[in-house]
Design a protein around this ligand. Sequence first.
Ligand SMILES: Cc1cc2nc3c(=O)[nH]c(=O)nc-3n(C[C@H](O)[C@H](O)[C@H](O)COP(=O)(O)O)c2cc1C
Length: 98
Amino acid sequence: MLDAKAILIGSPTLNNGMFPTIAGFLCYLKGLKPKGKIGAAFGSHGWAGGAVKAIEQEMDQMGIEMMDSGLAFKFVPESDELQKCFDFGKTIANEISH
Ligand SMILES: Cc1cc2nc3c(=O)[nH]c(=O)nc-3n(C[C@H](O)[C@H](O)[C@H](O)COP(=O)(O)O)c2cc1C
């Protein structure tokens, strides 16, 4: 994590927020005081969602420069949605390659 130029974190929505293990992970990440990194969040939900926004807020508060992934899908992603995930991965790779 300390060496990474980009950090992408995904989670399903649980009780309008992120999955508990992701919350725990972010708590430790905050302690590392990440600097000079870009980040993005992605996730799934059953109805109203909430995980992606919650992760974005936490990472933003840590000083990570957040990109809007637009990757929030209902239940299991369809093939076109998986394609969007792949494309966003390429976007991030381009961002950190220079
Ligand atoms: C205990 C539990 C709580 C959930 N709470 C929410 C919720 O608050 N809002 C929502 O949109 N989806 C909620 N969901 C639906 C999950 O986000 C959805 O099932 C998941 O994103 C899809 O991944 P899966 O195929 O592993 O279930 C909940 C699911 C479970 C099992």
